[in-house]
Design a protein. Structure first.
Length: 175
């Protein structure tokens, strides 16, 4: 017998043979997901390294890297010292692996095409977005230049962390 107690999702004893057969006979036929991430990361030391001359091409390269991971770049924008991406990807893609490849391959592209004086910061911030929230995030990304007339990257990131209730120690966010 399955005993669930106060937490109905928590099994406190193993299912019996008959219950195991019943669970196996009704497997979930398919998995359905639609995952969106708002990803933000900066250049190394937040230096203004992204040149407006090749910024759009950089976003195209990043979009190609995301497609190699069977994802879609829905929006990209930023400032000379950081980027914002709205990405849709499969649940089988580890976000950390995707970001590792985006940063590595895009910085290699910048080195080959424009300058060796380019690098991304080590970390990143990523926030899940509901389907209904994607238009608002796309608009936010599209208007980065306007947003940053009012506040800098540090203020923006701290506000995003607080809005999304991410625990952090401000002493370590920008080191």
């Amino acid at each position: 017998m399955l005993t669930r107690g106060l937490r109905p999702w928590l099994l406190t004893t193993a299912p019996s043979g008959a219950e195991t057969r019943k669970l196996k006979s009704n497997p979930m036929p398919s998995t359905y997901t639609k995952l969106y991430y708002h990803i933000i990361y900066s250049t190394k030391e937040r230096r203004p390294l992204i040149d407006s001359v090749w910024e759009e091409r950089l976003y195209s390269v990043i979009g190609g890297i995301i497609r190699e991971h069977q994802g879609v770049l829905l929006a990209a924008g930023g400032m000379p010292d950081h980027v914002h991406l709205l990405v849709s990807c499969r649940p089988t893609v580890a976000l950390s692996s995707l970001l590792r490849d985006i940063k590595s391959n895009s910085s290699n592209w910048v080195h080959e095409q424009f300058t060796k004086d380019f690098a991304w910061q080590e970390g990143y911030s990523a926030f899940t977005v509901s389907h209904s929230g994607t238009p608002e995030v796309k608009d936010y990304i599209a208007h980065q230049k306007e947003h940053h007339r009012k506040r800098d990257y540090k203020e923006e990131l701290l506000a995003m962390l607080k809005l999304n209730e991410v625990e952090f120690d401000e002493r370590y966010v920008f080191n």
